[in-house]
Design a protein around this ligand. Structure first.
Ligand SMILES: [Zn+2]
Length: 438
């Protein structure tokens, strides 16, 4: 079989499995990921791969499949999640759970986020097992539940309750892999770090009173408006992080002097580059929800504003609180952190990082891999946090326009290009082999 024909076969196998997974509704909440875990188990076991389901409650199983290592080499975890966000069929051109193939694209909820990668990973592992491939260290495939909501049924729970099932020195997950052109040159983005999701509540105090006599009260809603405006207009003092410096160096060919130079160059090169870089040089503040009086004729004594806040990896809430208080100035308000999740990073070096770079060069010689810090949160955080795993977000997307893909994730008409899924499976096979060469 020629290698072109082999890729074609791989691609067909991923397509079929992805169609099956899309047709299993795993919208979270409620999840029902056991459906997907069992379908994957059937497929993998038929190909000689041993599987184990781990479930906190029966309907929300996580699947862990394993190719056992021969010689105790480092473990490589191929991470993914089987739940999806909801879909409103009225917004879609096709049934979101149809898995319909049209013009080389598979349509359906989860095609991009991330049942496509789930299927490609399953096929990569199954095809290696069929060929009799025996890795040096364990290769595990984790298809976790509950990534989209994070209620404690998925990878966080596995790390806590079944650490031996998921402990790994290296991992590959969602997060990046898109091919972007910057200044006319192709780059494949690899995520090596994540910002910390750190929302807070701003509680603004006033004094209630009858709305017919505004002068007797102190309107908390009106006071909050001034603060909301300041939060919305916030621009951080730019700070240079290692991922941004390395990305700059990959694109420009020399290290940057400071964060301001990165911003200036990005704006001059391409508006897309500037949009990518801006959230990566500082914390971001987005006021998203507000509540005040429950009655039209009562002036509120309290207004609560929820602010979505994202910190740079390593930045603390105490530091961020100082920035916010300086921005708002003194006043009748309290600031309360709701949570802090993520904000971890992995080194931009080592065997898995090298394998990704080598694959990019082999696949498209004029392209380079470039590291990024992602603004969102992925399950990679749990492995980094629990085991110090070198975790990267990389699933290559060469054929679909990355801006289109960004618009389709969590939105209507989500779909993936069949060629990208075949490419993804080929990449994962390559990475597993590269990490397990004697
Ligand atoms: Zn996802």
């Amino acid at each position: 079989m020629t290698s072109g024909a082999a890729t074609q076969t791989l691609q067909n196998e991923v397509t079929q499995l992805l169609q099956e997974l899309i047709r299993l509704d795993t919208v979270n909440p409620p999840g029902n990921e056991t459906r997907a875990a069992e379908a994957l188990q059937r497929y993998l076991e038929a190909n000689g791969v041993s599987c184990q389901l781990y479930a906190k409650v029966p309907e929300r199983a996580n699947l862990v499949a394993r190719l056992p290592g021969r010689s105790g080499g480092p473990t490589l975890a191929l991470l993914s999640h089987t739940d999806t966000v909801l879909a409103d069929p009225a917004e879609w051109q096709v049934d979101p759970w149809s898995g319909e193939v049209r013009d080389g694209e598979i349509w359906g909820r989860g095609a991009l986020d991330m049942k496509g990668q789930v299927a490609a990973t399953a096929v990569a592992v199954a095809s290696l097992a069929r060929e009799g491939f025996e890795p040096e260290g364990d290769v595990i495939f984790v298809a976790a539940a509950d990534e989209e909501v994070g209620d404690g049924f998925g990878l966080a729970w596995l790390c806590e309750e079944h650490p031996d099932a998921v402990r790994a020195e290296y991992s590959l997950n969602e997060g990046a892999g898109d091919r972007v052109e910057i200044g006319g040159r192709p780059f494949y983005l690899c995520s090596t770090a994540e910002k910390m999701s750190s929302p807070f509540l701003l509680r603004v105090r006033g004094r209630s009173g009858h709305a017919s006599m505004p002068g007797i009260a102190d309107n908390a809603l009106v006071k909050a408006a001034a603060y909301i405006e300041k939060l919305g207009a916030f621009v951080p003092e730019p700070r240079l992080e290692p991922e941004v410096a390395a990305m700059f160096e990959a694109v420009v060919g020399a290290p940057p002097e400071d964060a301001q130079q990165v911003l200036d160059v990005a704006r001059a090169v391409d508006p897309l580059a500037a949009e990518l870089v801006e959230p990566l040089v500082g914390l971001t503040l987005s006021p998203t929800m507000a509540s005040a009086s429950q009655k039209r004729n009562v002036i509120p004594a309290l207004c609560e504003v929820t602010v979505d806040c994202r910190l740079l990896p390593g930045q603390t809430q105490a530091e961020a609180e100082g920035v916010v208080r300086e921005l708002l100035g003194a006043g009748d308000y309290e600031l309360e952190w709701i949570e802090g999740q993520g904000g971890t990073r992995s080194p931009m070096e080592g065997p898995l990082w090298d394998a990704i770079g080598a694959w990019v060069t082999e696949t498209e010689p004029e392209a380079t891999v470039a590291p990024i810090c992602v603004t969102g949160f992925t399950d990679s955080h749990w492995l980094r946090d629990a085991f110090g795993t070198s975790a990267y977000g990389f699933f290559p997307m060469r054929y679909m326009d990355p801006q289109l893909a960004t618009r389709l994730v969590h939105s209507a008409d989500e779909r993936a290009r069949v060629e990208d899924l075949g490419l993804g499976a080929a990449f994962l096979r390559y990475a597993v082999r590269a990490m397990n060469e004697a």
